[in-house]
Design a protein around this ligand. Structure first.
Ligand SMILES: Cc1cc2nc3c(=O)[nH]c(=O)nc-3n(C[C@H](O)[C@H](O)[C@H](O)COP(=O)(O)OP(=O)(O)OC[C@H]3O[C@@H](n4cnc5c(N)ncnc54)[C@H](O)[C@@H]3O)c2cc1C
Length: 406
């Protein structure tokens, strides 16, 4: 059997590995000179357990994320030989209800109780599948004294501990790249721009462009894991999503926390256009604040080629606006300024999601992220990971469809 995986991001690399480990030879295409250079390394690495999605009261988004989260570490252990204990994991995230939250504290509390129930049900028999965390613990609400010590009280109405962690996406990419490059059954075709695909009775033909040359290959199965190029390739196959989508450009800021300063907690603000702080034990700190970091939108089939690393003066503006905005809420962040952060980095990428309006609209489809996954038509498989969280889980589903029984 011949298989092409198009897109060497987290999703494409996980699928290639899952198939190759089942004995299938895979050709992995990407237009970049290396795999894992785009969104896969430009995200904040949160392995979602569903706490974020209080604006989806159907719990469908939480259910999907929990499945993805519980499959994440086991996939890495199986296909990369990486024990979860050897990965860099953030401090667990507290969830803070912002004063302008789209759900009030009682609604968030009720949602968290429901999510905890789902996690407890889904994790039965696999308690050790989420980075060693105790998934059965109820989200503890912080006392007023704790909340006031860490946050400016008028902005933060309540705070709850959760076991949710982030992984370091760059470390993950480094290990994944090594596994892909070393695999004897994965052939890399880098610098290949995927232009289109079509199916005939003998398989799926893929056209790629290398410089001025168009190359055509036929495969028994083709997997579309192009992320922000996925909708365009589906269209070339005659598959139209039949619904609106939004591409958003989002950046994040990371740096080493200055010595001798009180550290901020890992915290996610809900529910609406807010942001996060992710703190790692080695002092790495990641910040994102929606109004400062989401800088462009596109409803085109293919979004613009937004820069992973923004140039000046945009870079400094993102840093300044993010530190200032979060510093007005999180006390520890109020004690630092950008000039204290010599290694500060800004990077970002495209977020692809169904929807018409942005997340400041409580009814926006962006709050509901469950309509993602592997869509197969005969020998063509289009995979929308939706989130980094889901990529390993969907890789296994995709491999099951192409080479069952692995
Ligand atoms: C700032 C930010 C923060 C995020 N935080 C989180 C988070 O905390 N948790 C979470 O679960 N998710 C998060 N996400 C989402 C997550 O990063 C993405 O869902 C996921 O990385 C996308 O899959 P990918 O890694 O395969 O994409 P990519 O890394 O973008 O891979 C797609 C690949 O396809 C290639 N490609 C595209 N078009 C073509 C073409 N025509 N021809 C050839 N090659 C092509 C690209 O070069 C690229 O290598 C975040 C995203 C952003 C931008």
């Amino acid at each position: 059997m011949t298989i092409a995986v198009l897109g060497g991001g987290l999703q494409g690399c996980c699928i290639a590995l899952a198939l190759a480990d089942r004995g299938q030879p895979v050709v992995l295409f990407d237009r970049q000179p290396d795999v894992l250079t785009r969104t896969a390394v430009a995200n904040e690495g949160k392995v979602h357990l569903g706490w974020m999605y209080a604006a989806d009261p159907s719990l469908a988004t939480a259910r999907v994320m929990i499945e993805g989260a519980l499959a994440f570490a086991p996939f890495l252990e199986r296909h990369l030989g990486v024990s979860p204990a050897s990965l860099t994991i953030s401090e667990p995230a507290a969830y803070a209800v912002h004063r302008e939250s789209q759900q009030d504290v009682d609604q968030v509390k009720a949602y968290f109780a429901a999510v905890r129930g789902l996690i407890s049900e889904a994790s039965a028999g696999r308690r050790d599948h989420y980075f060693g965390a105790d998934l059965l613990q109820a989200p503890r609400q912080w006392s007023d004294a704790e909340r006031l010590a860490a946050f400016h009280p008028s902005d933060v109405l309540a705070v709850f501990d959760t076991p949710e962690v982030a992984i370091d996406p760059v470390e993950l990419a480094t290990r994944l790249r090594a596994a892909v490059l070393a695999h004897p059954r994965i052939e890399l075709r880098l610098g290949h721009e995927v232009e289109g695909a079509c199916e005939d009775q003998t398989g799926v033909r893929v056209a790629t462009r290398v410089g001025a040359t168009i190359v055509r290959d036929r495969f028994d199965h083709v997997v579309n894991a192009l992320w922000d190029g996925r909708i365009a390739l589906d269209r070339s196959m005659g598959l139209d999503p039949g619904r609106p989508w939004i591409h958003r450009l989002k950046y994040g800021v990371s740096f080493t926390w200055p010595a001798n300063r009180p550290r901020p907690p890992s915290v996610t603000f809900v529910s609406g256009p807010f942001g996060e702080v992710v703190s790692y034990p080695d002092m790495t700190t990641y910040l994102t604040w929606y109004p400062a970091c989401v800088l462009d939108y596109s409803r085109a089939v293919v979004p613009p080629a937004w820069a992973t690393y923004p140039d000046e003066p945009l870079r400094s503006k993102v840093i300044g606006d993010t530190v200032r905005s979060l510093g007005a809420i999180v006390r520890a962040l109020g004690t630092i300024t950008p000039d204290m952060l010599p290694d500060v980095r800004v990077k970002g990428g495209t977020i692809v999601a169904w929807g018409k309006t942005d997340i400041d609209d409580p009814q926006s489809e962006l709050h509901k992220r469950f309509e993602i996954g592997v869509h197969s038509r005969r020998r063509y498989h289009s995979v929308d990971p939706g989130k980094l969280t889901m990529a390993p889980h969907f890789a296994t589903i995709c491999a099951d469809r192409i080479a069952p029984g692995g």
